[in-house]
Design a protein around this ligand. Structure first.
Ligand SMILES: *Cc1c(COP(=O)(O)O)cnc(C)c1O
Length: 372
């Protein structure tokens, strides 16, 4: 069976973990954490980064940084992972779900402004499959309405809007190093702080509401409770694992992009009668995070999953529209979001991981299914 995902291991993870243990500081914000944060700041020009225990946690930090409270509204896509929504719902925000674009699953920038009210505090966008949203449009909307822009860049490491790295255009951005992403640490994530306004507070929220980070740097002679916060830092063991991955980021990205292209070339070599391939806007790069196809309807997708399974291939779908989920359906304002529902029913993800060798076998299976 070709699995859907297999975590990439560079081979040096346990060596660096052993080293972290030997250094005698294994809680958070040690040498490996700083090495990883410096890496991201140098490679992508992020002004400030903080490693977190997950992208979910980084999103929860965003809600705390914005002082989200009951009465506030947050606009976000319905077609996304639950963490994008939970982070703000946990602080009592009203979630205003926006539809996806007709041509691809990213949030539709043309339908945002009609959702803005005096209570709107932030827009959270998701770069689905590592493909950027229309950042000029979102920056413009947020500037004109004085809203905070947050990028859920969980899937978007090493991807660009024109020549600008994703994660650097929102006021805040979040990344994931969960084992299903390109660069991993088991569970793990990162908050990027681009807006100066949140720099000091982010460090305080990260360190349980204290200014311990300033104390460690020798900037203050004692530390104490400054604000609301929680425990958002990963241990050095997690950071050491991540460091072993970052050393190989070029190789990982090259391999994943090559697999993405193999899928796209292979599938474009015959008429796609029962499905369509991803559309990448001109302003977007790819980062090989995931390859998906859109089946003509849910029945076709169910059949194709079964057909691939019978041929030893595990393909999966994901994201059930959040606006009609068991938890949120009766809180949603009733608007219909047809594109989000269409991706919920028709999107299929194909296996894509570093060690995958058999793209050809998968393409051939899809071709025979398509010709049936
Ligand atoms: C993976 C993912 C998350 C959650 O990341 P974790 O690190 O597992 O918390 C959030 N949003 C999106 C869009 C994701 O793909």
């Amino acid at each position: 069976m070709i699995p859907f995902n297999k975590p990439y291991i560079s081979g040096r993870e346990t060596e660096y973990i052993a080293d972290a243990v030997k250094r005698g500081k294994i809680s958070g914000n040690g040498d490996y954490t700083k090495m990883c944060q410096n890496f991201f700041e140098e490679r992508y020009g992020f002004p400030k980064t903080l490693l977190t225990t997950s992208c979910t946690d980084a999103l929860e930090m965003c809600a705390l940084l914005l002082d989200i409270a009951p009465g506030d509204e947050v606009i976000l896509p319905s077609y996304t992972f639950v963490s994008t929504a939970n982070a703000f719902a946990l602080r009592g925000a009203k979630l205003v779900f926006a539809d996806s674009r007709a041509d691809q699953p990213n949030i539709d920038e043309t339908e945002i402004e009609e959702l803005i009210t005096p209570k709107t505090k932030a827009i959270v966008i998701v770069h689905y499959a590592g493909v950027t949203c229309d950042m000029d449009a979102f920056r413009d909307i947020c500037d004109r309405h004085d809203l905070v822009l947050i990028e859920d860049a969980a899937q978007a490491i090493d991807s660009y809007y024109l020549d600008v790295p994703l994660g650097s255009l929102g006021d805040l951005a979040t990344f994931s190093f969960h084992e299903t992403k390109n660069i991993i640490s088991g569970e793990g994530g990162m908050l990027v702080i681009n807006n100066e306004l949140y720099k000091r507070k982010a460090e305080i929220v990260w360190e349980k509401g204290t200014n311990r980070a300033e104390f460690f740097r020798g900037e203050v002679d004692k530390y104490g409770w400054q604000d609301l916060g929680s425990s958002f830092l990963p241990s050095e063991i997690t950071a050491a694992f991540l460091w072993a991955q970052l050393e190989n980021i070029e190789d990982i990205q090259m391999r994943r992009l090559s697999l993405w292209e193999q899928y796209n070339d292979g599938l474009s070599a015959f008429p796609n009668r029962k499905f369509s391939r991803p559309i990448i806007p001109e302003y977007a790069t790819k980062n090989g995070h995931l390859y998906y196809i859109l089946c003509q309807d849910i029945e076709t997708r169910t059949e194709l999953i079964q057909y691939l399974k019978a041929h030893g291939i595990h393909a999966v779908f994901h994201y059930l529209s959040l606006h009609s989920s068991p938890y949120y359906a009766d809180k949603h304002d009733g608007r219909v979001l047809p594109n989000s529902d269409r991706y919920t029913e028709t999107l299929l993800r194909l296996p894509l991981y570093y060690e995958l060798e058999s793209v050809e076998k998968i393409v051939n299976a899809i071709r025979t299914f398509d010709e049936k």
